[in-house]
Write a protein that binds this ligand. Structure first.
Ligand code: NAD
Length: 383
């Protein structure tokens, strides 16, 4: 089958890592009989240089017409002094809200090959772990297009300088809460069937509303165990017993913070993919599959851009998520994930994940391109 993929390589290491993901996608296409047609688009710093704005209208319109979007990263020191509404990162908010991708799925698992990269002790990793072995495998589902980041905000001027103030507001509608919870339940249904709603219901009215709506939605998923946890406790539990979690569903702000915390437990930010999904009922959905935007969780890493140093695995794994969620190509997604596992087993390491294995492990330190090539080779051998 043919699929159209909007590609936004972006800035810094974005083009380096996206190039590798495209090669892997094409190899998976050749192996399993699919064709990916790419539409390369500009957003972020590059778009500012060429058009004066971080997200040109043409880019958003072209992305909407594609089946899914794969993004590298945007931003860098060159654009850091621009006013907020003209910064490259604005493109991310514009793409997320323009494509209606409200559920941000961030898997975080401890790969045995990178055990030493996790700062936690074995006894912490065993506590709550489903198989009693040191490790964790969790998925944070973060609400992405509402809450504090999109709520009413402003400044209140006052004659007395000390009385001047600023505010941001957290507003969530029943519909917004329901749809992200449903995305969480759908994910939990094919995992370990546990969903934890994380909030601050002891203080915030919006969190109490999330709980009311969650109780309604949970009734439709009796096979899934639903639990509730305050965000401050969750921040602690993630470093005391991360193995207890399967799917965590939470608001935009809490999800932003908790997913960065979880990423540290896995070793390198260069390993973590993400998928942001819309609703299957949305007008942008194609063939009953939600619109999806896929990107590594890292930024544009200007310190290593263009030097063949970036780890491309987070972007390659993001491409695998695209095959799974946007194209329902589960076998193909699993093949890419298995190929990544195989190159790590063989000892291939980019610099960010080097020296993190068992003492004395035989490692081959490689650059971005060689890591991509190793994944391609491993993919050939996947049955
Ligand atoms: P960053 O994620 O770009 O880099 C943090 C550190 O991690 C750096 O030392 C970098 O070298 C390293 N790193 C990141 N990705 C790596 C990879 N794939 N392989 C190896 N090492 C990697 O975060 P930052 O330095 O805070 O931000 C740099 C720029 O990126 C800023 O302009 C920021 O606004 C932007 N940013 C963009 C996104 C996005 O596009 N989604 C996300 C976060 C930050």
């Amino acid at each position: 089958m043919n699929y159209s993929v909007a590609l936004v390589p972006g800035d810094g290491i974005g083009p380096d890592v996206v190039a590798q993901a495209v090669e892997v996608l094409d190899a998976a296409g050749d192996k399993y009989g699919h064709v990916f047609n790419y539409v390369e688009l500009e957003a972020g710093g590059k778009a500012i240089d060429h058009t004066g704005e971080p997200l040109p209208a043409d880019t958003l319109e072209a992305a909407k017409a594609c089946d899914a979007l794969l993004l590298g990263a945007v931003g860098g020191p060159k654009w850091e002094t621009l006013p907020g509404h003209l910064r490259p990162e604005r493109a991310l908010l514009g793409l997320r809200s323009g494509l209606g991708v409200f559920a941000n799925l961030r898997p975080a698992a401890l790969l045995p090959q990178l055990r030493a990269a996790c700062p936690l002790k074995d006894e912490v990793l065993i506590a709550g772990s489903p198989d009693g072995k040191p490790g964790f495998d969790l998925l944070i589902v973060r609400e992405l297009t509402g809450g504090l980041y999109f709520g009413k905000r402003g400044r209140i001027e006052a004659a007395d300088r000390e009385e001047a103030a600023a505010f941001d507001t957290e507003t969530y509608s029943r519909a917004e809460i329901k749809r992200v919870l449903r995305a969480g339940y759908a994910a939990a249904a094919v995992r370990r069937k546990k969903l934890c709603l994380v909030d601050k219901a002891n203080v915030l009215e919006s969190s109490r509303f999330w709980r009311e709506v969650a109780a309604e939605v949970a009734a439709a998923y009796p096979e899934i165990e639903t639990s509730y946890m305050y965000v401050d406790n969750c921040a602690m539990q993630l470093i005391r017993a991360p193995g207890q979690f399967d799917v965590i569903v939470t608001s935009n702000l809490f999800g932003d913070i908790l997913s960065d915390e979880a990423s540290v437990l896995t070793g390198s930010i260069g390993m973590l993919p993400s998928a942001s999904l819309g609703s299957p009922e949305d007008p942008l959905a194609k063939n009953g599959r939600p619109m999806g935007m896929y990107e590594p969780i890292h930024g544009s890493a200007p310190d290593i851009a263009g030097q063949d140093l970036a780890n491309p695995l987070a972007t390659i794994l993001s491409a695998a998520l695209m095959l799974r969620y946007s194209f329902a190509l589960e076998k193909e997604a699993l093949a890419i994930e298995a190929a990544v596992g195989a190159v790590l087993d063989e000892g291939y390491r980019t610099r960010d994940i080097a020296g993190r294995g068992a003492p004395g492990a035989c490692e081959k330190i490689v650059g971005t391109r060689a890591m991509g090539q190793a994944v391609l080779k491993a993919l050939e051998n996947i049955k």
